[in-house]
Design a protein around this ligand. Structure first.
Ligand code: MG
Length: 306
């Protein structure tokens, strides 16, 4: 039955199995300027995320509910993910690079240049199960001094890249975006979804998610048709659940799409959402980075296992 509660908007009957309408939206923290890049660490039972304009990363501890500073300065970090070995991978606007934090705390640079030219400002990142790291490189971190350092683009475009797990080489996998932003693989990793937030810079520009086919060897993309167009602002970051549904950030909350492209419903959030992450011991708690705050809600579905 379609309907709206204070927390959910149900637009398709299939959304009823995705939410528990009695579930509450919990606010876990509220002192950010622009919360982004949530990454959940199962072994430590904590969530790390970025507070970009404040040039810091925060950590919410699941066992105590407390929040502390994880890293400051953070080089204006944005998107984060946890790799197969439990290590943090981070996009940094300030240093215009993608890094990995090793288990001993040292930082390894995974990419900072393409063919000798500096990246713009990596925004969001995901690892594939073959160890390759895929990231987007829009220009938000060099457009001004609010969330990075103003600079000209050396590459002259905003592309999607793949870092090879063996050679470490960085290659362009999609070069027809205005502002590529969030990205995530389907559960079988045969599809890659990438959002374009180009409407922020081009009148009537893109505010959609595109879907690509990943080549058999996992190194190239084809297709790239529009999967869904945002009905409230733009899609920034997003994650998939085990059934391949897309839980995408939007201005009025989190929009949930069936893999067939239908908007099933929304988790309504009182602030504009930038990104989400499935976490908790059972991976069924959706963490939501929304402007000044970190929220979470318990769901009857779990995030995709990578
Ligand atoms: Mg983003």
């Amino acid at each position: 039955m379609a309907g709206t509660s204070s927390t959910f908007e149900i637009l398709d009957d299939r959304f009823n199995e995705c939410v528990k309408t009695s579930a509450q939206l919990d606010k876990l923290f509220e002192e950010c300027r622009w919360a982004e890049g949530p990454a959940y660490f199962p072994a430590g039972r904590y969530l790390v995320w970025s507070d970009i304009p404040n040039d810091r990363m925060l950590r919410w501890d699941e066992t105590t509910g407390t929040v502390g500073v994880f890293r400051q300065p953070s080089n204006y970090s944005n998107g984060n993910t946890v790799d197969r070995n439990g290590r943090l991978i981070t996009c940094e606007h300030g240093t215009r690079r993608v890094t990995r934090t090793e288990h001993d705390g040292s930082i390894t640079v995974l990419a900072d240049r393409f063919q000798g030219k500096r990246l713009n400002s990596p925004n969001d990142v995901v690892e594939r199960s073959d160890g390759s790291v895929w990231f987007t490189d829009p220009a938000y971190g060099i457009d001004g001094d609010y969330e990075g350092y103003r600079a000209e683009s050396e590459i002259g475009g905003c592309h999607v890249y793949r870092i090879d797990p063996v050679s470490g080489e960085c290659q362009i996998v999609a070069d027809d975006f205005v502002r590529p932003n969030g990205l995530a693989f389907s559960p079988d990793e045969r599809k890659l979804y990438v959002s374009d937030t180009g409407a922020s810079h081009v009148p009537n520009g893109p505010r959609h998610i595109r879907v690509f086919d990943v080549s058999e060897d996992g190194t190239k993309l084809s297709g790239g048709e529009v999967f869904a167009t945002c009905t409230a602002g733009s899609f920034d970051g997003f994650r998939l659940d085990y059934a391949g549904r897309i839980w995408a950030s939007a201005d009025d909350g989190v929009h949930c799409y069936h893999p067939d492209g239908t908007l099933l419903g929304k988790v309504l959030v009182p602030e504009a959402v930038a990104n989400v992450e499935f976490g908790g011991p059972r991976r069924n708690r959706l963490f939501i980075c929304a402007t000044t705050s970190l929220y979470a809600i318990l769901l009857p579905v779990t995030g995709v296992r990578r």
